[in-house]
Design a protein around this ligand. Structure first.
Ligand SMILES: NC(=O)c1ccc[n+]([C@@H]2O[C@H](COP(=O)([O-])OP(=O)(O)OC[C@H]3O[C@@H](n4cnc5c(N)ncnc54)[C@H](O)[C@@H]3O)[C@@H](O)[C@H]2O)c1
Length: 334
């Protein structure tokens, strides 16, 4: 029997890539997105699409009631961790309260399982990386708090109603269909947009922050496995290969040069962010057979090739709720 999967955030990085994989494997895919962060051009043929905001409790319930999906992949969120301090209300309503709508509908209409994309942001800065799933989360920003609260809510939905779930905590995932017009997140995406717009490439602080970037391609199989097994568990997913932002910039500039772009680099005011942030994937490796073999040069080149063909778009501007202590490079919007 063909399985029906409902994906929230279908137009984003995860939604666009995972939906293509599932369509290829003959799943029926229902997609929901309000296009606040993803684009219609990202939607694959064959998807039953609802242009709906998941914050709308009634509309989302109606979709789940009508479509009766077997599984929900809940990817929709606004994932701007650093900015979340300045948009607390939007962050909690879009990332936490909206998640409660998804969980309610899943319970009401007997969805077999929810896969929830949490984030490495839940670990905060209390621990030294690599972060492991045994560490008790201590998030340091509203984005991480919303993700952790959603995790706890899923745990209680399972205890109380038997709704099965799997939680993944990814970090620094990149690939085609990523929003490159959002200056508040995704360093590789920001550099591609700056390069195409003829602007200098920016680095926050000294560039010695360490991150591990991973190609979304390596998430497809493990996420499909999670539909059927390994419920009630949390898995870090990411690359083991961590590098400094400066090193990532060197790789990026090499790729950019191959496309004829030789763009200068400027250093901006330091951000309040974890200097070293990456996780251990041992649990996902042993349980899910997760095997991230990201080739950064290859995936950046694929992203540039894709980005060159995209329509010209304006850079996203968010309405700030708090103006205090806002970084100089975001101040221009006051
Ligand atoms: N990409 C990463 O590195 C990363 C890392 C950790 C966690 N995550 C989490 O994974 C999930 C997917 O991330 P992504 O990179 O694909 O993000 P993305 O921004 O590319 O995609 C999110 C999609 O959700 C949609 N959306 C947002 N709010 C919505 C709402 N209220 N109603 C309907 N649609 C809405 C957006 O329009 C967008 O298409 C998110 O929950 C994110 O927090 C991503």
């Amino acid at each position: 029997m063909t399985n029906k999967v409902l994906i929230t955030g279908i137009a984003g990085l995860f939604g666009s890539n995972i939906s293509r994989y599932l369509l290829m494997k003959n799943y029926i895919v229902i997609g929901v997105d309000n296009f606040s962060g993803g684009y219609r051009e990202n939607i694959a043929d064959g998807i039953i699409l609802y242009d709906v905001d998941i914050k709308d409790y009634n509309l989302f319930n109606q979709i789940v009631k009508k479509e009766k999906p077997d599984y929900i992949l809940h990817f929709a969120a606004y994932a701007a961790e650093g900015l979340s301090h300045y948009i607390r209300n939007h962050n909690y309503s879009n990332n936490l309260v909206a998640t409660s709508n998804v969980i309610n509908a899943a319970i009401n209409y007997d969805v077999k399982k929810i896969i929830f994309t949490s984030s490495m942001a839940v670990y905060g800065e209390k621990y030294n990386p690599p972060f492991t799933e045994q560490m008790i989360p201590m998030p340091i920003d509203p984005y991480g708090i919303a993700k952790y609260a959603s995790e706890l809510d899923l745990l209680q939905a399972k205890e109380h109603f038997g709704l099965d779930y799997s939680i993944i905590r990814p970090h620094n995932v990149i690939g085609k269909y990523q929003n490159i017009w959002d200056k508040y997140r995704n360093v590789i995406g920001i550099w591609i947009r700056q390069m195409l717009d003829g602007q200098p490439l920016t680095i926050y602080g000294d560039g010695l922050q360490k991150r591990a970037f991973s190609d979304i391609y390596y998430y497809c199989e493990p996420i499909e496995k999670l539909l059927y097994d390994f419920g009630g568990e949390i898995y870090n997913l990411g690359s083991d290969y961590n590098i400094t932002i400066k090193e990532a910039m060197n790789i990026f500039r090499k790729c950019a040069l191959n496309f004829g772009y030789n763009t200068e680099v400027v250093f901006l005011e330091e951000r309040r962010e974890a200097k070293y942030a990456y996780s251990s994937q041992e649990k996902a490796k042993s349980m899910l057979g997760f095997n991230d073999n990201t080739d950064l040069e290859k995936i950046i080149s694929e992203m540039i090739e894709w980005a060159i063909k995209q329509p010209k778009r304006t850079v996203k501007k968010m309405k700030y709720e708090i103006y205090k202590n806002i970084y100089s490079y975001w101040k221009e919007e006051l």
